[in-house]
Design a protein around this ligand. Structure first.
Ligand SMILES: [Zn+2]
Length: 113
């Protein structure tokens, strides 16, 4: 399960940061996850729930910000929300675009106690 290994690497990164500041409890963790990141939100939720057991994140409130993907049309430079990689530009129907937002998976903030 792809999402499970992602959950583990998120926990590893948080534990590493917590150690740096000598924190024992993480109250809040905020993640930014793009809709084009290839991650199933539901699967990640489930994986996180399992993976955080007995870790520093066991009691943490985890907030996931869903970042809607945006693409820029190569032909007409129009920016539009994209839901599938094969979506055409709504303005000129062009199929060539670059994803400018929505591929990210990052830890936005960690609140420690
Ligand atoms: Zn276009």
């Amino acid at each position: 399960m792809h999402e499970f290994s992602i959950a583990i690497s998120i926990i590893d990164a948080v534990e590493f940061e917590a150690k740096k500041v000598d924190a024992n409890t993480i109250t809040n963790l905020t993640l930014d996850i793009g809709t084009m990141s290839g991650i199933e939100f539901y699967a990640l939720d489930t994986a996180m729930e399992m993976a955080i057991k007995n870790t520093i994140l066991d009691k943490t409130k985890i907030i996931v910000n869903k970042v809607q993907a945006t693409a820029k049309c190569i032909d007409c430079s129009h920016n539009f929300e994209i839901f599938h990689i094969t979506d055409a530009c709504p303005k000129c129907n062009g199929f060539f675009h670059e994803i400018i937002r929505g591929k990210e998976l990052k830890i936005k903030s960690i609140v420690v106690e």
